[in-house]
Design a protein around this ligand. Sequence first.
Ligand SMILES: [Zn+2]
Length: 324
Amino acid sequence: MRRYRPKQKKLRSVKIPAELSKALGEAHERIEDADDPHRFDYDDAIQVGPICGGRTGGKSRPYEFTYFPTGDTTRGRWYLFLTESQIEDIGDGRISRLPMDCCTSKNCRTKFSKKSSRCDFCDYFEDDPAEVAKQRALVRIATKAKNKREFVAAYVKQFPDASTFSLFTDLTSLRGAEVRFGKISFPEEATNLLFLARGARKSKLLISLCKKLRSLAMAYPHAKETSPTTIGVNGQEFLGLSGSDVVIFIVLKLPISLRSALSHSFVQRANSESLRSANGVVVRLLASDKVPFSLLSDWLDESYRAVAPKDFVRAVDCEGCEAS
Ligand SMILES: [Zn+2]
């Protein structure tokens, strides 16, 4: 568990860098120009150059900014609590120094304009050894990686059982990772990165397979799109389809061939309770999986029959005699 144990800080008069004064000048212009006084009442409402902030807690409160100094965006951060007139004065150069409570721990240059602020890096400690080791490994990986892809490659090596979700939460909770590598989207991007790191390759064939399967499903009597990723009949879904050119996921209901389908390495039982009780499976396909389309179309047919009303199924069996 992460516990609070504050380290000493030292109050110093710190010179305001030119980039910060310029950014606050621009921030002040935005505040002045705003027609709605509540426009900046959230914590990332103002993003100018190296600063990000807003006014949390209402109109009479000071503004809170985090300043990420160029070249020292992680442990060199400044946490600023400033009134509107202070912002203006710094922007105009009337204030050139600020009293800041500075972290004194080794390698930390974090500064706070409000007394008794807590440094995320220095004022907490983790008392679970497994978690400590994991965090160390994550920091090591992040320090070496030049970009998101390199991070994920090393991450998968370190944590072979990693899931899309664990990758997403570990990367987003790692301090400074978002600044260095950019945001990661869940589940799409996290899924793609994880599969690519495990050796999957991109292939347009997966996209065309999706399209083919989708149009085949839509050709069944009364088939309807029930969401962007599902197709149903009579309110019951018989095909789920999502993914990218790296991996695709096909959800089907297979009451008859469930067992034989599960013998394939690319088929798994669905996780959700409702799908499990309906013999639902998830087919996960990579470019390297050589799966005949006829197998998928047979399963799609079974899935449709599993949920469609009897007269719709009769219409499939009697192609041509269906009333048009
Ligand atoms: Zn610190």
